[in-house]
Design a protein around this ligand. Structure first.
Ligand SMILES: NC(=O)c1ccc[n+]([C@@H]2O[C@H](COP(=O)([O-])OP(=O)(O)OC[C@H]3O[C@@H](n4cnc5c(N)ncnc54)[C@H](O)[C@@H]3O)[C@@H](O)[C@H]2O)c1
Ligand SMILES: O=P(O)(O)OC[C@H](O)CO
Length: 412
């Protein structure tokens, strides 16, 4: 029926024309409709091609194994996402009963138990089995446990399988970011990428729209990973600013603890907005010193993730802060929590790193060290304040008073 529409349109438009003209127009209209039919044919050929391409890409995906190291909340959410995108995913877990529950009951018994995992998710406790044929390895082990994990399993990492790190923080013992640690601990691996940005695992499991950034020195790798992970509800941006993404991801966890403290103390929204803004200034100062791009800091891994963790009730770092602000001790909070809040250890590591930076390489006498420490603390009062609260050297209330007692200065 639609094929006749142009013919009818030409006839009705040309009621006043002579027979010759009308015939020409009809021929034209016939041509139009033939072309339209051609287009229909082309369109159906195209959709056949598209279907074939899609089928081939799904077949290819089904042969591209992904290993996920760490079966915690984020490892599970990433496995769920990639498996739903057609990739066979094997999660490397530590407990046999967790492995068996995933393989038999199709659920992770410790995280998101209400979700049935797709058939193409399997689990193993054998690192060699998980890593040997993997085409992509996703690292979702907390930062402080990563060194021992890599040292135990480095021999199983295939040299040509890129590693995508999702852990956010700074190692306490070495004061290194994951982008410094990974190449050192996995010397054979040729390429690395780092995923960051506002992404609560729970909301990813619920398939709520989420956007993240994948940073890598290898632009093609970042694009390939973006392609593998993208879905109608998961948007992946790419970046080559690895250090910016890493510094932001580590610092935002400490700012989230501060925001939680502010909430726990009931200080209101004015102070919360001021605190988060000043926290972002400290993030920017540190990251720019380390060579980051300002674009990254105003992006998903910078302010994006800071907003999520400072204001989002699902944030574990924020919840540590809320409980501290309400008067609980850190020991009691940590002993009653099953999950990692990276900001606690990262606060210690960041302060250590900043003191080193200010102290320089050469060792000064104690008096000089104090001068440097005071200078560093004045530049990063929120990071130092959170660390002092976590150490129990000052109370949350005293931390706030110290911030409010700072002299007027130019906003920067
Ligand atoms: N949960 C989130 O919403 C989220 C989002 C983005 C990034 N991350 C980051 O992902 C990383 C992992 O966090 P998570 O939320 O999955 O933590 P989690 O506490 O939920 O789980 C941690 C997992 O790591 C495993 N693990 C600990 N030590 C290990 C070791 N030595 N070897 C092997 N496995 C070990 C534990 O068994 C556990 O399954 C963190 O750095 C976190 O900042 C988390
Ligand atoms: O729950 P948190 O505080 O560890 O935050 C999780 C992620 O980093 C959010 O992007």
């Amino acid at each position: 029926m639609t094929a006749f529409v142009p013919v009818l349109q030409v006839i009705s438009r040309n009621r006043h024309l002579g027979a010759e003209q009308l015939r020409e127009n009809l021929n034209y209209a016939e041509g139009v409709s033939n072309r339209r039919r051609g287009q229909v044919q082309c369109a159906s050929e195209n959709s056949w091609l598209q279907r074939r391409r899609k089928r081939r890409s799904l077949e290819k995906r089904s042969e591209t194994k992904v290993a996920v190291c760490g079966g915690g909340s984020f490892g599970t959410a990433i496995a769920f996402l990639l498996a739903n995108n057609g990739y066979p995913v094997q999660i490397l877990v530590r407990k046999t009963w967790v492995r068996d529950e995933i393989n038999v009951e199709r659920r992770n018994p410790k995280y998101f138990t209400e979700f049935v995992l797709p058939d193409n998710v399997t689990a193993t406790i054998d690192a060699e089995e998980a890593l040997t044929d993997a085409k992509l390895i996703v690292h979702a082990v907390p930062v402080q446990q990563s060194r021992s994990f890599f040292e135990a399993n480095t021999e199983y990492f295939p040299a040509d399988a890129p590693v995508l790190c999702t852990s956010k923080g700074l190692e306490v013992t070495s004061l290194k970011f994951m982008c410094e640690l990974l190449p050192e601990l996995l010397p054979r691996t040729k390429s690395f990428a780092y995923l960051s940005g506002p992404s609560f695992a729970r909301e990813m499991m619920d398939q709520l729209p989420t956007a993240v950034v994948v940073a890598s020195d290898d632009v093609d790798l970042a694009l390939r990973i973006a392609d593998m992970m993208s879905s109608p509800f998961f948007k992946v941006f790419t970046s080559s600013d690895t250090i910016g993404v890493e510094v932001a991801g580590a610092v935002k966890n400490v700012i989230a603890i501060a925001a939680g403290i502010c909430e726990g103390l009931g200080l209101g929204t004015n102070s919360m907005a001021a605190l988060v803004t000043r926290g972002c200034s400290e993030m920017r100062r540190l990251a720019l010193n380390m060579g980051a791009s300002p674009i990254t800091l105003s992006g998903l891994s910078g302010v994006g993730d800071t907003f999520l963790t400072c204001f989002g009730p699902l944030s574990r770092n924020r919840n540590v802060g809320v409980r501290l602000g309400k008067g609980e001790t850190l020991d009691s909070i940590l002993s009653s929590s099953r999950q990692v809040a990276e900001g606690v250890t990262t606060a210690e590591a960041l302060v250590g790193m900043l003191l080193n930076q200010y102290n320089g390489v050469s060792q000064q006498d104690n008096k000089e060290i104090n001068v440097y420490a005071t200078r560093a603390a004045a530049r990063y009062p929120i990071l130092f304040g959170v660390r002092a609260i976590l150490e129990g050297r000052i109370t949350p209330q005293e931390g706030v008073e110290a911030l409010l007692a700072m002299p007027p200065r130019e906003e920067n």
